[in-house]
Design a protein around this ligand. Structure first.
Ligand SMILES: [Fe+2]
Ligand SMILES: [Fe+2]
Length: 473
């Protein structure tokens, strides 16, 4: 299975050439994808040689092959992890039965919707990050941005493969739609709110890859449990790539934190901004924004959709193996509700709380990076602690939407919210300030913009001052 036919237009380990119809359909979609990439992919760098990791097969050596490649020539392929022999459904009402190699008729629409929703986030993020290269803090960061971008492109391929293979004509139409919507476009927006937010500076980019790509990780983990085996195998392979995206976010924020601390200490008044850097207060606001926005991606706290996805085997919990009870018919979960101005715990049947179960895992995972950032602040001898806001803060979806809460999760009035919002979320002035630090790109190998510390090491054993992108002006 893992041997890859590289002489076809589309590298794959799904024996594409044996299914001529499918191969033709994907080969017809490919030029549309390339058109989209040239229009909406990184602007200004398509002719450059970029030191990229390309998956050429799914085995240990093949999935991480590093070399210079021009982005439009990146080999976007279709890779599924090896099938698990005699795999059975791991949760829900179908627990223990054989997994599905085809889509059951009764789940066709729901599965298609799940795949389209996941698929839509992939090109959306490329669109959001389209102009960031032009203000890159270093060649190292430029390369990481492009690595993330080409892999999100490949994730789109992964979802389009499923749509073309298993959903007939509807699937082909959805695959076209994935290239037609545009992040932030009021007439044809991307499906999920966070993927329509502007991501116009590098602090946003690092927060996005830390918090929003991590939502992606948990969605993929939940889909990796799916009874629809091709979806499970596709998302499992996507997770290997996703790890790098979150690494870019975690280390990116860490380097901004380190630099913020240096500049804070350098300044007689402890003001990193006065030294031309990003201060930790601003960084906290960006964190509040991207964390709270990404929390919304998990959906409502109490959700009959989530319950039916779980019951029917479509979408499970992250790492279902960690649980003893795979039916979740009896358990409950306490979820704070906001009623009559007070917060009251209510017990919710476990299946109805599956979004919250996934969100719990996500929040714990997010905290790990915050702890690392705080350790760096402490080591630098600066007296600041970064904190994740309470999950009720600034929510647009679910039980807490339409209400106001402070970052500690206490209910506040609309008047208090408008008065204090600017203390908690980036203001126009904050965004303008951050952008003002990032007006020109840094192309000299090894050099870093003033507002960020260098990385601890380079990529794949290369030095930090390696020419990761050969940019021709
Ligand atoms: Fe992705
Ligand atoms: Fe990602």
């Amino acid at each position: 299975m893992s041997s890859v036919v590289n002489d076809t237009k589309i590298p794959n380990n799904v024996d594409l050439s044996s299914d001529k119809r499918l191969q033709r359909a994907l080969e017809e979609w490919q030029p549309n994808f390339i058109n989209w990439w040239m229009e909406m992919g990184p602007e200004g760098y398509q002719a450059d040689d970029v030191y990229l990791r390309t998956a050429t097969s799914v085995d240990h050596e093949g999935w991480a092959h590093f070399d210079y490649v021009k982005m439009p020539e990146y080999r976007w392929g279709i890779f599924l992890t090896e099938p698990v022999k005699d795999r059975t459904v791991g949760f829900g009402d179908e627990f223990g039965k054989p997994v599905w190699q085809q889509v059951p008729g009764e789940h066709r629409n729901t599965l298609r919707r799940l795949i389209v929703t996941q698929g839509d986030t992939e090109p959306a993020s490329v669109e959001q990050q389209r102009l960031l290269g032009q203000t890159t803090p270093s060649l190292y960061d430029l390369r990481n941005l492009f690595q993330v971008n080409v892999e999100e492109g490949r994730h789109l391929w992964a979802m389009v493969y499923l749509l073309h293979s298993y959903f007939g004509r509807d699937g082909r139409e959805e695959a076209e739609g994935l290239l037609e919507r545009r992040s932030g476009n009021p007439d044809k927006p991307r499906i999920l709110t966070t993927f329509n937010e502007p991501c116009e500076d590098w602090l946003s980019f690092f927060m996005f890859t830390y918090f929003t790509d991590r939502d992606g990780k948990y969605q993929l983990l939940a889909l990796a449990e799916s009874a629809f085996d091709p979806l499970a195998r596709t998302t499992r392979f996507m997770l290997t790539e996703e790890a790098h995206h979150m690494f870019v976010g975690e280390t990116g924020v860490l380097r901004v934190v380190q630099r913020a601390c240096e500049l804070t200490k350098l300044d007689p008044n402890g003001d990193a901004r006065a030294q031309g850097g990003i201060d930790l207060g601003t960084l906290q606001k960006y964190m509040n924004f991207w964390f709270s926005s990404s929390l919304g991606l998990f959906g409502g706290e109490v959700s009959s959709n989530a319950a039916s996805f779980f019951a029917s085997g479509l979408k499970g919990r992250a790492k279902e193996d960690q649980y003893e009870d795979h039916l979740a018919l009896t358990g409950t979960m306490n979820i704070p509700h906001f009623k009559d101005g007070r917060i009251i715990d209510e017990s919710v049947p476990l299946r109805m709380a599956m979004n919250e179960v996934l969100r719990d895992d996500y929040v714990i995972d997010c905290q790990r990076g915050v702890d690392k950032w705080n350790r760096a602040i402490k080591e630098a001898g600066v007296d600041v602690e970064l904190t994740l806001p309470n999950r009720r803060f600034n929510r647009g979806v679910g039980l807490y939407a339409g209400q106001h809460f402070d970052p500690q999760g206490n209910p506040i009035t609309a008047a208090e919210w408008s008065a204090r919002q600017g203390d908690w979320l980036p203001t126009e002035a904050d965004r303008a300030y951050v952008k003002s630090l990032m007006t020109r790109p840094v192309y000299e190998p090894g050099k870093m913009a003033h507002w960020i510390a260098p990385p601890k090491q380079g990529i794949k054993g290369r030095p930090v001052d390696f020419e990761y992108v050969r940019h021709t002006v």
